[in-house]
Design a protein around this ligand. Structure first.
Ligand code: DI6
Ligand code: FE
Length: 402
């Protein structure tokens, strides 16, 4: 048996279902290499173990490492000029239809070399990690051709090699129609279905996503992409019902989607389909805020249907340029009326499920990966309360202090 490390005198929000917050008032964690060997009240520590190292956390709050389950972290340039245009009255959809929006980030991404893409994505990942994040999802979607999508996915993979961070990659080639396919959306979808097996063969893709929207792709086109994913055994997820009710969530649920994301315009049939399929609802208050949306996602109905609610940053240059997952907890409470406990569940247990990682991440339990954050706070409800402040003292990732 390899060496044990004891982390004692902690106030634990384990996020298991044993108590609100999975709370343990005076808790301890035993880690063994990258895993949690034992978690519980310090008074119940199994006798006869001789940990090789011991850390007194002085009563600090400990939570699972946070999980940002929806980001578009790899792109070139930024869209501050469009932000100014929107402040002067142009809408996000107007800008997209005029050839700006996602397409302008595609041009900047294609023009950026690998080193530039990597360095900018690395800086963004570090900003998320500073607030206790140990796992992120990264989508492609700003390359929109075979080579540039692959480059962006390789950058995402490299983040995991060079940083103490777990990265799940998602192909979002079906994000927007690239200019070279103007007027030929079905041909572009067909191209994606041919590219996917090649990206997958290179080990670049953990899941497949799409933007099912008036300014994105239709339900029928999204279905083609999902069928290609299914043929490769890849899980799917979907940007669904963000700007209009397209019925994307019901389609995604038919494919057993890990998650449907945004969901401001989700209808009752979509909610029921998600509940039946066990699909997670990923709420993105940053995009809601930055696009000045007014229609709220149907949180009460999702909750009543038992659909797990996750929260993510949706970091991207067009609709959510923020890099603070803690701010998203605050905004999920203020804008979407989640409770602080639901908000923390949304970036731990439920976020792990949205990434298909529930068996190894998202809560502090024996057998899971030893990813946890130590906070300068008294109570976990403060994680959603403060904003514009980083109370993270340090992070342990795969058993090692980061
Ligand atoms: N929905 C979003 O909010 C982002 N992508 C998507 O499908 C926005 C992407 C962008 O504007 O660059
Ligand atoms: Fe997104």
């Amino acid at each position: 048996m390899s060496a044990l490390t004891l982390w004692r005198h902690a106030r634990l929000a384990t996020m298991t279902t044993t108590a609100p917050w999975g709370w343990i008032e005076r808790g301890a964690l035993l880690t063994q290499g990258p895993r949690l060997h034992w978690v519980g009240p310090e008074a119940d520590l199994p006798a006869g173990l001789a940990p090789q190292a011991e850390h007194d956390l002085g009563g600090a709050l400990v939570t699972p490492g946070l999980i940002d389950c929806h980001t578009h972290l790899v792109y070139g340039g930024h869209r501050a000029r469009e932000f100014e245009m929107r402040l002067q009255g142009a809408s996000y959809e107007d800008i997209a239809r005029a050839g700006g929006g996602i397409r302008s980030s595609v041009a900047a991404t294609r023009a950026a070399d690998d080193a530039t893409l990597f360095e900018s994505a690395r800086a963004r990942a570090l900003a998320l990690m500073a607030e206790g994040v140990t796992t992120i999802e990264v989508k492609s979607g700003y390359g929109l051709n075979f080579d540039d999508e692959a480059r962006c996915l390789r950058v995402a993979r490299r983040l995991a090699h060079e940083l103490p961070l777990t990265v799940r990659t998602t192909s979002l080639a079906a994000h927007a129609l690239p200019p070279e396919f103007d007027g030929r959306a079905d041909d572009y979808i067909d191209a994606i279905t041919q590219w996917l097996p090649r990206w997958h063969a290179e080990g670049l893709v953990d899941a497949v996503d799409g933007f099912c929207e008036r300014i994105g792709f239709t339900v029928a086109q999204t279905r083609c992409v999902f069928e290609a994913a299914r043929a490769l055994g890849l899980p799917v997820k979907l940007h669904a019902e963000q700007l209009s009710d397209m019925g994307g969530a019901a389609l995604a649920a038919q494919f057993g989607a890990l998650s449907c994301d945004h969901l401001e315009h989700l209808n009752a049939a979509g909610i029921e389909a998600m509940a039946r399929a066990g699909t997670v609802a990923v709420l993105l208050p940053g995009a809601f805020y930055f696009l000045r949306e007014t229609r709220l996602p149907p949180v009460t109905a999702l909750r009543a249907a038992g659909v797990p609610l996750a929260i993510a940053s949706d970091h991207n240059p067009g609709s959510s340029p923020g890099l603070s997952l803690l701010l998203m907890l605050h905004m999920a409470c203020m804008l979407f009326r989640l409770t602080p406990e639901e908000a923390l569940q949304g970036v731990t247990v439920h976020a792990s499920r949205a990434l298909g990682l529930a068996a190894t991440r998202g809560s502090l339990e024996a057998g899971k990966q030893a990813d946890f954050a130590v906070w300068e706070l008294d109570h976990p409800n403060e994680l959603a309360y403060w904003f514009g402040r980083n109370p993270c003292r340090f992070v342990v990732r795969a058993g090692a202090a980061r």
